[in-house]
Design a protein around this ligand. Structure first.
Ligand code: AVJ
Length: 325
């Protein structure tokens, strides 16, 4: 089908592969131990994340969805006919609210979803083509950085890069700065960046969202070990680790960890790596920062990403910021 293109960036000879796994070895040999959050998203991980989004305790997805339902029309009116690039598109469910509005105004659409999870990207792209007869989809399977480097010049008057769901929160402040700088380099003057951010709120609400009663978040967290076992010929035993998520009040971020229940040694054969765990020792698998609307806008301005309009829900739990370069 001509309207669909899927590019697997990691299979391209241009992308260097020498460093695959080195980020992993680095995190596992330092104290405290960490793992890069991107390994949470193999196809199974993406599926589990979709389940998380439907949980009563997990407020971000439904709150952002409500904001989009109310204000997507405004977003689309401001950006005009646009090529929509989306970082971490997953199942594109919330994006459909934007796509619907672009269609309603009769705008031609070119959609470039970017995700590390190739399975979900392919299924989603095919479904979108069926539901949006005039849409062209060009999916990029890879990390944000890889995919942004591979973007072709815009085919439509403006490009909008969307980064929804507060995935920005997974990055360190330095990582977020690097991403803003890369986005500002890629956008032309007058183009847009749409950013969804989870806002600071009482710790009980945040902790409940990452310790759901059905254990879906625990399964999502533990799945990172299965993914790593498969990719790097490892022998993590998921029954010997326990999910925990704690809010770090000073730094306003929730941290997800996997805690070793015993003293154990894990081997990752492809990396030639043995990792020792003390009983109770943890691996940090994710941080999810919670933002302040003022501070984040100031950060964006430093990269010439100038906030044009900010929307939020009635409780100010979640914010959506539309910036223009
Ligand atoms: C997809 C990064 C927005 O940080 O809330 C959900 C991932 N982790 N539950 C988040 C996640 C645990 C989620 N993001």
């Amino acid at each position: 089908c001509e309207r669909l293109q899927l590019q697997h960036l990691s299979e391209l000879p241009q992308v260097e592969h020498i460093n695959v796994g080195s980020d992993l070895a680095e995190g596992l040999t330092q104290t405290p131990k960490t793992l890069p959050f991107k390994y949470l998203y193999d196809d199974r991980g993406s599926e589990l994340f979709e389940q998380i989004c439907k949980l009563q305790e997990y407020y971000p997805t439904r709150t952002e969805t409500k904001i989009l339902q109310e204000f997507a029309g405004e977003v689309v009116t401001i950006t005009g006919a646009s090529e929509l690039v989306e970082l971490g598109s997953g199942s594109s469910i919330k994006t459909r609210i934007l796509l619907d509005q672009y269609q309603k105004l009769g705008y031609l659409m070119y959609y470039l979803p970017i995700d590390v999870s190739g399975g979900i990207l392919e299924v989603t792209a095919r479904q979108l083509l069926q539901d949006y007869p005039t849409l062209e989809v060009h999916g990029l399977v890879g990390t944000y950085q890889e995919a942004l480097m591979k973007l072709q010049p815009t085919k439509l008057p403006t490009r909008t890069i969307a980064f929804l769901g507060s995935s920005l929160g997974n990055m360190t402040p330095q990582g977020a700065d690097n991403l803003f700088s890369q986005i500002a380099d890629i956008l032309q003057v007058g183009e847009y960046f749409l950013l969804g951010v989870d806002l600071q709120k009482p710790r009980e609400i945040v902790e409940a969202a990452y310790n759901d009663s059905q254990g879906v978040t625990a399964a999502f967290n533990l799945n990172i070990l299965e993914h790593i076992n498969r990719r790097f010929d490892g022998n993590f035993d998921t029954s010997q680790f326990m999910h925990c998520a704690i809010y770090n009040q000073t730094e306003q971020k929730i941290e997800m960890h996997l805690q070793s229940l015993t003293a154990q040694t894990v081997e990752l054969n492809n990396l030639n790596l043995k990792v020792n765990f003390l009983p109770g020792e943890t691996i940090r698998t994710e941080i999810s920062r919670k933002f302040d609307l003022h501070t984040i806008q100031k950060d964006l301005r430093e990269y010439k990403l100038i906030p044009q309009k900010v929307w939020h829900d009635e409780h100010q739990w979640f914010g959506l910021i539309l910036c223009r370069l």
